[in-house]
Design a protein. Structure first.
Length: 70
């Protein structure tokens, strides 16, 4: 699996996911579970929605390519 989420995108997803989860906990709402999606995609570095939309936020400095053994 080739990663398609860059560094800035990862950080934004992780922060957003944590904020949504915390807001759900504070308000006592089950909607905080939605925060798991951006948190998980930020951690693994791959977004399934980006594939059909052909989006890739990896830059030249990001380590997004899967390294192949020679």
């Amino acid at each position: 699996m080739t990663k398609n989420v860059g560094k800035v995108d990862k950080i934004a997803r992780i922060v957003l996911g944590v904020v949504i989860i915390l807001l759900g906990i504070i308000s006592g709402s089950w909607l905080g579970i939605i925060g798991i999606v951006p948190l998980a995609t930020g951690i693994i570095g791959w977004c399934p929605l980006y594939c059909p939309l052909k989006i890739n936020t990896c830059g030249k400095d990001d380590e997004c390519e899967v390294k192949k053994d020679s």
